[in-house]
Ligand binder design. Structure first.
Ligand code: 5RP
Length: 263
C-alpha cells in the first residue's frame, strides 16, 4: 500500500524517515526499529528497500513496530539472539533538546526502546523540527511501573520529585478509553507533569532506583546524532559529541565518555 503524508508535520516525519533509510540501511545492516509515527515512516521506507532486495535485519522496539515490519516483509531478530550490538537504532522522541536528550514513551514503548537502544552501537534520534525544545519537560514524563502496588510507587516518585525540587507534581496513570494503558511488558504508565526538567541525568538515574519503577522516558546521554526535518523536506544532521552518560551500555568503554562534563 502506498502511504502519503497528510499534514505538514507528517511531511517532515516522512522526510526524516526516508533520509534515515538512505543514511543507514545499507546491505548487511542490523538496525533497531523505533516506535511511533516518525519511526513508522522510517520502517515503511526500510520495507521498500527490503522489497528491492536489501539484505538487512531489524529488532523492533514494540509489538506495533514488529507487526508493521512483518507486514512489510522485513526480516526480524529477537533481542535475545543478538551476539553483538546492533549497528544503529533509529527512533523518534516526544521532545528532544540541543544535547540530544529526549523524553520518550508517548506511545508507551519506552522500556523496549531503551533496551534496544542500549543494545546498539549508536542511537539516532529521528524527529520533525516541532520536537526540538530548549528545555525538556512540557511533555509529561512517562514512567513505566509494575501494576502491583502502583499507587505506592507513585507516592515514592512524588517524594523523589519533591526532594529534587519539583513541587506538587501531578502524576497521572495513563488511561485510554477509560482503561489503564498497559505496555507491551504488561505494566502501567504514569505521566509526571514536570514542566521544566533541570537536572536530567540525576532524574533519569534516580527514578530507576525506586522500587516498582521499571523504566523512565528521560533518555539522557543515549543519542549520538539527531536527524531533524522540516515540513519542506529539508533534513539536517546534528552530531553530538561524546559526553556524560548516566547509564553506560556494556560495550561502550567508560573511558570513551567525557565524565568531566555535567548536564
Ligand atoms: C513511543 C515513543 C515514540 O517514539 C514517541 O512517542 C514519538 O512518537 P511520534 O513519532 O509518533 O511523535 O517514545 O513510546
Amino acid at each position: 500500500m502506498l502511504y502519503t503524508p497528510e499534514t505538514a508535520q507528517d511531511a517532515a516525519k516522512y522526510a526524516v524517515g526516508r533520509a534515515a533509510v538512505e543514511r543507514y540501511a545499507h546491505d548487511g545492516a542490523r538496525l533497531g526499529l523505533g516506535s511511533g509515527t516518525t519511526s513508522a515512516w522510517f520502517v515503511r521506507a526500510f520495507g521498500e528497500k527490503v522489497a528491492e532486495g536489501l539484505d538487512v535485519v531489524g529488532v523492533p522496539t514494540s509489538t506495533a513496530t514488529r507487526d508493521l515490519a512483518l507486514s512489510l516483509g522485513i526480516p526480524l531478530m529477537d533481542l535475545n539472539d543478538l551476539n553483538q550490538p546492533l549497528d544503529v537504532t533509529l527512533d523518534g522522541p516526544d521532545e528532544v533538546d540541543h544535547d540530544g536528550d529526549m523524553i520518550k514513551g508517548g506511545g508507551a514503548c519506552l522500556l523496549w526502546e531503551r533496551m534496544v537502544a542500549a543494545a546498539s552501537h549508536k542511537m539516532v534520534c529521528i524527529a520533525d523540527d516541532s520536537k526540538l525544545v530548549e528545555t525538556l519537560g512540557k511533555f509529561a514524563l512517562p514512567i513505566e511501573v509494575i501494576p502491583f502496588g502502583w499507587k505506592a510507587t507513585r507516592r515514592s516518585i512524588a517524594s523523589l520529585l519533591d526532594d529534587l525540587g519539583y513541587r506538587e507534581t501531578e502524576i497521572v496513570r495513563r488511561l485510554r478509553d477509560g482503561e489503564p494503558v498497559v505496555t507491551d511488558s504488561g505494566n502501567f504508565v504514569l505521566d509526571a507533569h514536570l514542566d521544566r526538567i533541570t537536572d536530567k541525568a540525576l532524574l533519569d538515574t534516580n527514578l530507576n532506583w525506586i522500587a516498582g519503577v521499571v523504566e523512565n522516558g528521560l533518555f539522557t546521554g543515549i543519542a549520538s546524532e539527531i536527524m531533524m526535518a522540516s515540513p519542506d523536506g529539508e533534513v539536517r544532521i546534528i552530531d553530538l559529541p561524546h559526553r556524560y552518560a548516566a547509564r553506560v551500555p556494556e560495550w561502550r568503554k567508560v573511558s570513551d565518555l567525557d565524565h568531566g562534563r555535567q548536564q
